[in-house]
Write a protein that binds this ligand. Structure first.
Ligand SMILES: Nc1ncnc2c1ncn2[C@@H]1O[C@H](COP(=O)(O)OP(=O)(O)OP(=O)(O)O)[C@@H](O)[C@H]1O
Ligand SMILES: [Mg+2]
Length: 309
């Protein structure tokens, strides 16, 4: 695509609010997604990710604030924006009684494509989704991974500029997940913009140029994954198993920036892991795992380790 034809900002939320039954679900949310980047929305169950996604698509109406998507004001001109958006909803909404081909045909027609136009892109979509052998299978006969891939193929039928993907890999086995990841990478390489929600911190760390973590509909952290890891955690984490974590906590506490007990495990966030390990040298029966800090550490630090609900 020519740079001059690219919108300046793909998605812009400014002070957006939404409530259901008097309960605030999205609470003054502001963020922007630049063309060509993958932007992640993270957060616990119920944090407001899907509601945010639905407002991007004009499917849920904000009560306050301003939303612009591909330079169209939403919801006023959501329909026009939607023509340039591909959607992978959190829960598949394929036509169960139809075949893979029929699902693509029906969806293409929804975008005003002729049968000939849809037939022309069908082989590349089936290949992209690794569904060449399933063209005549009914959706009810597909595995969960195949359904997800079909939903992805369907989202691409109108060659969208922006892809909105709500948990595209939840519930998939590692093979299916890696295939989708490979496809995500190729879409980004083709200059697509992606809004991604995920509970897989590895996925967010791999793909998101920037992300925001939502809590009760508010952004509580925003930035590049590695910047957030540096800011909130540091470089290394040592996990210690096999001892009384509370007793060990006082032993290693002075040598760590922060220590945290979770169940039987002690998590140590240390600037100098070697110094910390020295303190444990004389202790037997302990298992130490030293690893680079990751986005999951950030997520758990910011949102807390305990269950909510
Ligand atoms: N149509 C609706 N009517 C009433 N409440 C709703 C509706 N949609 C969402 N909610 C509520 O809004 C809150 C946010 O829901 P949302 O689906 O946006 O969360 P989420 O971050 O996508 O969660 P998950 O990770 O479980 O998918 C939840 O408490 C949910 O119950
Ligand atoms: Mg959701």
């Amino acid at each position: 695509m020519l740079l001059s034809s690219m919108p300046t900002t793909a998605i812009k939320f400014t002070g957006v609010r939404k409530s259901y039954g008097g309960r605030s679900v999205v609470d003054g949310l502001s963020f922007s997604v630049e063309p060509g980047e993958c932007f992640g929305l993270l957060g616990r169950n119920g944090a407001g990710k899907s509601t945010t996604v639905r407002m991007v698509l004009g499917m849920a109406l904000p009560e306050a604030g301003k939303i612009t998507v591909l330079e169209e004001p939403v919801p006023a001109r959501a329909r026009s924006a939607r023509a340039r958006i591909g959607v992978v909803p959190q829960f598949d909404n394929l036509e169960p009684g139809f075949t893979v081909r029929e699902n693509l045909l029906v969806f293409g027609r929804y975008f005003g494509m002729s049968t000939r136009e849809i037939e022309a892109v069908m082989p590349s979509l089936l290949e992209f989704a690794h569904l060449e052998g399933q063209a005549y299978s009914r959706v009810t006969d597909l595995s969960g991974g195949m359904k997800r891939r079909l939903t992805l193929a369907r989202a691409l039928i109108n060659d969208p500029q922006l892809l909105v993907m709500d948990e595209p890999t939840t519930g998939l086995d590692p093979h299916a997940r890696h295939l989708i990841w490979e496809r995500l990478r190729s879409l980004l390489a083709r200059g697509k913009t992606i809004l991604l929600t995920t509970h897989l911190m590895e996925e967010a760390e791999r793909f998101c140029d920037r992300l925001c973590i939502l809590e009760d509909g508010r952004s509580i952290a925003e930035g590049r994954p590695h910047a957030l890891i540096q800011q909130w955690i540091g470089s290394d984490v040592i996990e210690i198993y096999g001892g009384d974590p509370h007793e060990l906590r006082s032993l290693v506490g002075p040598y760590a920036q922060r220590v945290e007990v979770s169940g039987e495990t002690l998590f140590c966030y240390a600037a100098d892991p070697a110094l910390l390990r020295v303190q444990l040298r004389a202790r037997t029966g302990l298992r130490l795992l030293q690893r680079p800090a990751n986005l999951e550490d950030v997520f758990l630090r910011i949102t807390g380790r305990e269950m909510k609900d």
